[in-house]
Design a protein around this ligand. Sequence first.
Ligand SMILES: [Zn+2]
Length: 357
Amino acid sequence: MKKSIKQGYSSKKGYQVAILLGFIFTTTVFAADPVQHDIRQGEGVTRTTTLSEYFPALTGTPGDTTVYIMDSGIEGGTLLLLGGTHANEIAGVIAAVIAVEKGIVSSGRIIVIPHTNNSASRHNQGTFNPGSPQWIELKNSAGETRRFLYGDRYTQPEDQAVDPEIFIHNPSGMEFKGAEARNLNRNHPGKADGTLTQQISYALFQLVEKEEVDVLIDMHEASVTSRLAFTLVAHPRALEIAAMAKMDLEMNDINMTLEVSSDKFHGLSHREFGDHSNVLAFLTETPNPGMEKSIEHPDVINDPDNPLNMRLQVVLKSILAILDNYKIMNDQKKAITIGFPFPLSDLKNTNPGEFLR
Ligand SMILES: [Zn+2]
């Protein structure tokens, strides 16, 4: 009798330990609240919401992120502008922040997500270069220092179950190394009951459908030595507009390589949004010294060959060139127009912080 009581006690204790461990495990997987960032919305922003509005399962997870809606109130199309799909690719993040803080939309709507994979923005795991920073600092025209997280390519490991040995893309069945399970740009079109990374992608697809997005631009960076360094990628349905945008950019001394989405490589935004929604999908790549392993202490802002202000000019001018040609190829009723209270060429010689609030 005594023995059985003891056994009962220990199995009860074992049960409590199991619950406790389960609790720790569960809270570890979704430990962090969504990271908040210093983004000061300008007069162009008409509404802010969160990605979880489009997919409530993201509420309270580190995958939720702020969505800025800039509605001109004038008939037109809708652009979804994504920064921080890869949170270390800061030209896209800061270009999105400049759009939110200083952009004026005069026709149609622009929806901006500066930190598309907000889990990845929390910490730089040094995926490409252990010498790349955790923060960047930019001084605005009032002399105030603005700080922005320099995140990582991948969803933070603690925000998602342990990587599989081989990550199998849904729905193509294409196989990648396990860590790619945390690469948002290998997880599109996502999965409602999938991992955090798949859910972020799924939420973006819900947003695209609900907001009837016409054009999507996903802003990336590549290593300074990568063949992708100055590239404009387009889904086949968007190729003609991309080709015209490339010619316009050449007249501004910006030489972008034009590439069409491969139909053999899955999970990328331009391929999957183009295939699984009605959007015309584009992706831009600029060269970031922080992604080049051979540079010991990369200066991701003032690198003499590839400074941030040059990369921002390339990204912002690419957006305008795509929108100009979208307007030419479509009914004027679908026009999407954004402008800035400064010439974009001013970015060439100036500290990029001066283009922030
Ligand atoms: Zn990228």
